[in-house]
Design a protein around this ligand. Structure first.
Ligand code: FES
Length: 297
């Protein structure tokens, strides 16, 4: 993997607060966490105090200062999942992994985290393993989820869970819902966005089911062409870093209710996507009133 230097990052993003957030995202993407020595380099290169840098890094729970495991298991402990037995699911993961929630196994294989709500309450308890949703999870399924995750969730049979999860999404800048109940895709409200490519602008609708590639567009981008996406309410650009691991195109980035981010490659024909739900109740983007440059690049 090509790990960018702090000098390269500062040249790309600048030393504004929004630029700092974007650089922290890039550093975490490259290293898996925010190493202290890199944060010190960042402070020096941006003429910011280390306290400032740590202030941002610790405010957003999407950032982590400690190395995480190769696989990340997140269990929803929101009210709906809680009453359906999520605490027992957490307990079973803790028992099988011999760690407590929030910890990483000694071999660096698994990190176990909890989150407050993932916006799929009717399908709880919800577990997310390396970005893949598992719904209606029971304690008897926990060992299987661990085995599948160890094998690589994408290689494992996704079974019932891949396409069954509706996401409640909103604009990371103005926080308006991006769901359009008036036009359904896959039987659920579609995600309504504006898009542009090669000077052509129009509306686009994406399926709100995680795992589905269903789309409807006024003008569809040709295969291999990356489109830009915008919020239809505040017109914020929703594509930017981090870039697609498969094809290096910018990623569409929108917020998921409960604290999380849905990332999807902007290039037509690329299937790369990721649902990031790191951290309990984590604001995965600047909340209203704070700079949102990292989502607007
Ligand atoms: S409470 Fe778990 S998805 Fe909402």
């Amino acid at each position: 993997m090509n790990v960018r230097t702090v000098t390269e990052l500062v040249a790309t993003y600048g030393a504004t607060r929004g630029g700092l957030i974007a650089m922290l995202e890039e550093i975490q993407h490259d290293h898996g966490y925010l190493p202290e020595d890199v944060l010190r380099q960042l402070a020096a290169a941006t003429s910011r105090s280390l306290v400032d840098i740590y202030g941002i890094a610790t405010f957003y729970k999407a950032f982590t200062l400690a190395p995480r495991g190769r696989h990340v298991i997140t269990v929803c402990l929101g009210t709906a999942c809680h009453v359906r037995g999520a605490p027992r699911i957490v307990g079973e993961f803790e028992r099988l992994l011999a760690i407590k929630a929030g910890d990483t196994t000694a071999d660096g294989e698994f990190t176990l985290e909890t989150v407050n709500c993932l916006g799929a309450c009717a399908l709880g308890p919800i577990v997310v393993a390396d970005g893949r949703y598992f719904s209606n999870v029971s304690t008897t399924e926990v060992a299987d989820i661990l085995a599948r995750t160890r094998a690589g969730v994408d290689a494992a049979d996704p079974g019932k869970t891949e396409r069954d999860i509706p996401m409640c999404v909103r604009c990371p800048r103005c926080e308006h819902s991006l769901l359009d109940p008036s036009r359904a895709l896959d039987g659920h409200p579609s995600i309504r966005l504006d898009s542009a490519f090669d000077g052509v602008r129009g509306w686009v609708r994406l399926s709100s089911l995680y795992g589905s590639r269903s789309t409807d567009a006024e003008y569809g981008a040709p295969e291999g062409v990356a489109a830009e996406y915008f919020c239809p309410h505040c017109h914020a650009r929703l594509t930017g870093p981090p870039r697609c691991a498969e094809c290096d195109a910018p990623l569409l980035r929108i917020s998921v209710r409960g604290g999380g981010v849905f990332l999807r490659c902007s290039r037509s024909g690329c299937n790369e996507r990721f649902l990031d739900v790191r951290g309990p109740g984590a604001p995965a983007e600047p909340p209203r009133g704070l700079p949102a440059e990292s989502a607007r690049t």
